[in-house]
Structures are given as C-alpha cells and as structure tokens.
Design a protein around this ligand. Structure first.
Ligand SMILES: Cc1cc2nc3c(=O)[nH]c(=O)nc-3n(C[C@H](O)[C@H](O)[C@H](O)COP(=O)(O)OP(=O)(O)OC[C@H]3O[C@@H](n4cnc5c(N)ncnc54)[C@H](O)[C@@H]3O)c2cc1C
Length: 62
C-alpha cells in the first residue's frame, strides 16, 4: 500500500513524488507512455538516445 498513487510521470508527477519521498511518504508513479518525463524536452545527456527519437515518440501520442 502506497501513500500516493501518482498518475503521470511528467514534471509535476516526478517532482511531487520526489518531494513526497523526501518527507517519508511512499509513492507509486504510473504513466501511459513508454517513457518518463512527459512533455519536458530532453537532450542526449538525459539518458535517452537522442532528442529526435523522443520527438518521434511524442508525435505518436499527439
Ligand atoms: C511540444 C512541447 C514542447 C515543450 N518544450 C518545452 C521546453 O523546451 N522547455 C520547457 O521548460 N517547457 C517546455 N514545454 C512545457 C513542459 O513540457 C510542460 O510545462 C511540462 O511538461 C508540464 O509538466 P506536467 O507534469 O504538468 O505535464 P506533462 O509533462 O505533460 O506530464 C503528464 C504525464 O502524464 C501522463 N498521463 C496523462 N494522462 C495519463 C493517464 N490517463 N494515465 C497515465 N498517464 C497519463 C502523460 O503521459 C505524461 O507523461 C513543452 C511542451 C510541449 C507540449
């Protein structure tokens, strides 16, 4: 059993989960997309192969 079920691993969900865990809460974060970070634009240093790959993925969902 978690304290919070967070629907959406975008900026809001990720920050909320981070802050909740910092205060001793437990969270389960789910997302309908196959990756985290939602609509936040990424650079290669974020761990994704490249930005164009994420943009292709984003187009599929728009
Ligand atoms: C094309 C585009 C480019 C942008 N570029 C920039 C930029 O360069 N710089 C910048 O600062 N901001 C940018 N933004 C704005 C930034 O992306 C948003 O401010 C930020 O992503 C909002 O965060 P959020 O968590 O509210 O929503 P989101 O990032 O949209 O996250 C919501 C998450 O919830 C998930 N979700 C939604 N419905 C469900 C459901 N029913 N079940 C499960 N999961 C669900 C989605 O898959 C998503 O992962 C851009 C936005 C867009 C659309």
């Amino acid at each position: 059993m978690y304290d919070y079920l967070i629907v959406g691993a975008g900026l809001f969900g990720a920050v909320f989960a981070h802050e909740a865990v910092a205060q001793g809460k437990t969270c389960s974060v789910i997302d309908k997309r196959p990756y985290i970070t939602g609509n936040v634009a990424l650079t290669p240093s974020d761990g994704h192969k490249d930005k164009s790959e994420k943009q292709k993925e984003r187009k599929r969902w728009e």
